[in-house]
Design a protein around this ligand. Structure first.
Ligand code: DGJ
Length: 371
């Protein structure tokens, strides 16, 4: 082949890659031509490369049979499969992350003080359904891993949330005072800290989760707690490997899952979902002048076709685009519970209207539209 033919082919290939659109909900292949398998994921930007971590699904049960996948990209469009960042342990190993456990919503942050990449995830112990409600942590010296599992636990054992009042801490109301759940009296008791008190000694339940590193380098764990009824924001230790015990409750009884937190112009925003299993529901938008609150709720940030169902998706993270200040991408999962491996990704640009984020449905868009 003549040199100019090769150069021409390369130019055409580059133009095709550069002009590839993001098609929310379509199968998204990696650079080997295989569908990207990184669900409930999050993205770390590290030294010029994006790393996308997620649940590697391989059957329809939702159990973790392999672990956490990792893909890398320089341009957010073309993703190279880096293999498993964290592998589950063999059956019979009695590890917390034994094959068949439930390992969801992994997120990775980098700690410049220790030089370690730290992964947190929601962990349910094998064969115990969603009862364990633990947070798991793993570390690595390199972004793509392999990560080494450290431990799992329920956060903040022995610590009261900062915004639980003294009378609520001292209340003697317990679960056994209620014959059934979901009555108005029961809901009021939940709001007044029923489950926080129940779980004080063993640690607070931690399911759907995310991580957030603030501009001062402090890291936070945001998770659905109290039987998924209340979100907690908890401070991590300087090495990012455990909780300091300082935490707050947000919207007690609000039933929020899938928290995705980001900051712009000194204000903090969080997109969440309601709790309807794998089925989509209407996204919620919360904001606060500080991580410690006060948090307020705004109308659904989604606009356009099927906005009331978050475009058939559930938030997993909001990605700040590197090198483009105040530019964010909404990342959600379009779950397919009958075949979880075939769950798709909904990525959409976020714009701001009156200082609030807005996500418009767009069937196809180009990363070049980002400001
Ligand atoms: C909704 C959560 O957001 C998902 O991560 C997963 O836990 C499903 N529930 C399981 O039903």
């Amino acid at each position: 082949m003549k040199l100019y033919t090769i150069l021409f082919s390369l130019l055409v290939a580059c133009r095709i890659l550069a002009s590839q659109p993001v098609v929310p909900g379509a199968v998204w292949n990696d650079t080997n031509g295989n569908p990207i398998n990184a669900h409930g994921g999050g993205i770390l930007f590290d030294q010029g490369t994006y790393y996308w971590y997620g649940e590697f699904k391989n059957d329809s049960t939702g159990r973790a049979m392999d672990g956490v996948s990792c893909y890398s990209s320089a341009d957010l469009m073309n993703w190279k499969n880096e293999g498993l960042a964290l592998s589950v342990m063999p059956q019979g190993s009695f590890s917390d992350i034994e094959q068949g456990c439930i390992l969801e919503r992994p997120k990775v942050i980098y700690n410049p003080e220790t030089g370690k990449y730290v992964m947190w995830f929601h962990l349910e112990l094998k064969d115990r359904g969603y009862a364990a409600a633990r947070a798991g942590v793993a570390v690595s010296d390199t972004p793509a891993g392999p990560f080494r599992f450290l431990y799992s636990y329920r956060p903040c054992a022995g610590s009261w949330p900062e915004n639980l009042s003294q009378p609520e801490r001292e209340s003697t109301t317990t679960e056994s005072d209620f014959a059934e759940w979901w009555t108005p009296e029961w809901m009021q008791a939940v709001k007044n800290g029923l489950f926080v008190r129940r779980d004080l000694q063993g640690g607070q339940m931690a399911r759907d989760m995310n991580l957030f590193v603030d501009t001062d380098g402090k890291a936070y764990h945001i998770y659905s707690s109290e039987e998924n009824l209340t979100l907690h924001i908890a401070e991590l230790t300087p090495d990012y490997l455990s909780h300091t015990g300082r935490y707050i409750r947000i919207f007690p009884g609000g039933h929020n899952e899938a928290p995705a937190l980001f900051t712009k112009d000194g204000r903090y925003y969080m997109i969440t979902s309601g709790c309807t299993g794998w089925d989509p529901n209407e996204a919620r938008l919360l904001s606060a002048p500080a991580l410690w609150g006060p948090w307020e709720q705004h109308p659904n940030p989604c606009r356009g076709e099927d906005a009331a169902l978050t475009f058939h998706s559930q938030s997993t993270c909001v990605l700040p685009v590197a090198g483009k200040p105040d530019t964010f991408i909404y990342m959600g999962d379009r779950w397919n519970p009958r075949c979880l491996i075939d769950s798709r990704y909904i990525w959409l640009p976020i714009r701001f209207e009156k200082n609030l984020p807005v996500i418009d449905w767009t069937p196809e868009w180009y990363l070049s539209v980002l400001p």
